[in-house]
Design a binder for this molecule. Structure first.
Ligand code: ZN
Length: 343
């Protein structure tokens, strides 16, 4: 199975990650570039061993002091910080190194060439601080590439929180007029508002991950993942999931979201898709807005089994309709969805 990572945005890091990303930020001062200085460090995030450092390099002798032209484009003769670190790293004897424990820490997000190099060197984790606009956008973006190649990508967003993690630093990028604000408020309400939980007890036990209590972080995730017209969903990727967070949530069209809405109250003791019909049991499926009668059966189990088969076919049908518009992991989750009698 191909694992695909989602970009993780963190305002807090483990001690070891924080140490190395701070070092990458210091290393960048070795660069002679006048405009953009970038520092990188390859280290073992388990045992703390440093394997290589790098920074962007010019060719002074040739009279080049800038790494970007007037339009902000990186000049072709520049050696990027990640390149310089990876080259240094590969000069070592790495035969006994567990590559899965290595992280490339960089004071800036990677370009596509550096992303390829990081992946090709076998490094499985990339942690960066400053984001440039092309990193995440587009089908062939460095981030898309790293994600597909199973490299974990973490953005450390130091602008979000101050050192004591309580006050915002600098400009607050998203305010309550942002389109994600009502979604964020509703999500918190579903988890923590007692009067809401009385009306919708199915949300009892649900929670929001710590970082999403910070609206700035949620809004940024929303910007990166929102698909026009889609709604927030927490239990398609992971069935019965009760935690809202960047690793569990996705945006889906409401037609998909509605596939899984349940009316526990109305159906009483009977399993999903089954209702009484005299002394027998009727299997019913709501399909494209219409209730479809799937026949009457002697036992609850028989009725449910018929419902299960038809419902799973219907879920796949809807998944096919949206295939080109939804993320692949959502499509895969729908194709593999298992309807259970306990649903
Ligand atoms: Zn690069």
């Amino acid at each position: 199975m191909i694992m695909s990572h989602k970009l993780k945005i963190r305002s807090k890091l483990s001690k070891i990650d924080l140490k190395f990303i701070n070092q990458a930020n210091e290393i960048k001062n070795l660069s002679l570039a006048e405009d953009k200085k970038v520092g990188a460090i390859i280290a073992n995030h388990k045992n703390g061993e440093i394997l290589a450092i790098g920074y962007n390099k010019m060719f002074d002798d040739l009279g080049f002091q800038n790494c970007e032209d007037e339009t902000g484009q990186s000049l072709p003769y520049v050696i990027h910080a990640e390149e310089s670190a990876v080259i240094e790293f590969l000069k070592k004897d790495i035969s006994n190194i567990d590559l899965s424990e290595l992280t490339l820490y960089c004071s800036y997000s990677a370009c596509i060439n550096c992303a390829k190099l990081i992946q090709h060197a076998g490094i499985k984790r990339f942690l960066f601080t400053e984001n440039y606009h092309k990193f995440k956008k587009g089908k062939h973006s460095p981030y898309e590439f790293l994600m597909k190649m199973n490299v974990e990508v973490i953005e450390y967003n130091i602008n979000l929180l101050s050192k004591n993690n309580s006050e915002y630093l600098g400009i607050v990028e998203y305010n309550s007029k942002h389109k994600s604000y009502s979604i964020w408020k509703a999500m918190l309400q579903r988890c923590y508002n007692e009067s809401f939980l009385k009306i919708r007890p199915s949300y009892i036990g649900c929670s929001v991950v710590d970082e999403w209590h910070n609206f700035q972080i949620f809004a940024k995730w929303y910007e990166d993942n929102y698909i026009e017209g889609f709604v927030l969903d927490k239990d398609i990727l992971f069935k019965n999931n009760k935690i809202y967070g960047p690793d569990t949530c996705c945006f889906v069209p409401s037609q998909i979201n509605q596939l899984f809405t349940k009316t526990n109250k109305l159906r009483g003791e009977l399993p999903i898709g089954v209702c009484f019909n005299g002394n027998n049991y009727l299997a019913r499926l709501k399909k494209f807005g219409k209730q479809i009668n799937l026949g009457t059966y002697k036992t609850i189990q028989e009725a449910f089994d018929v419902y299960k088969i038809q419902k799973e076919i219907y879920i796949k049908e809807v998944a096919e309709i949206w295939k080109d518009k939804i993320p692949n992991n959502v499509y895969q989750a729908l194709m593999n969805y298992n309807v259970e009698i306990t649903d």
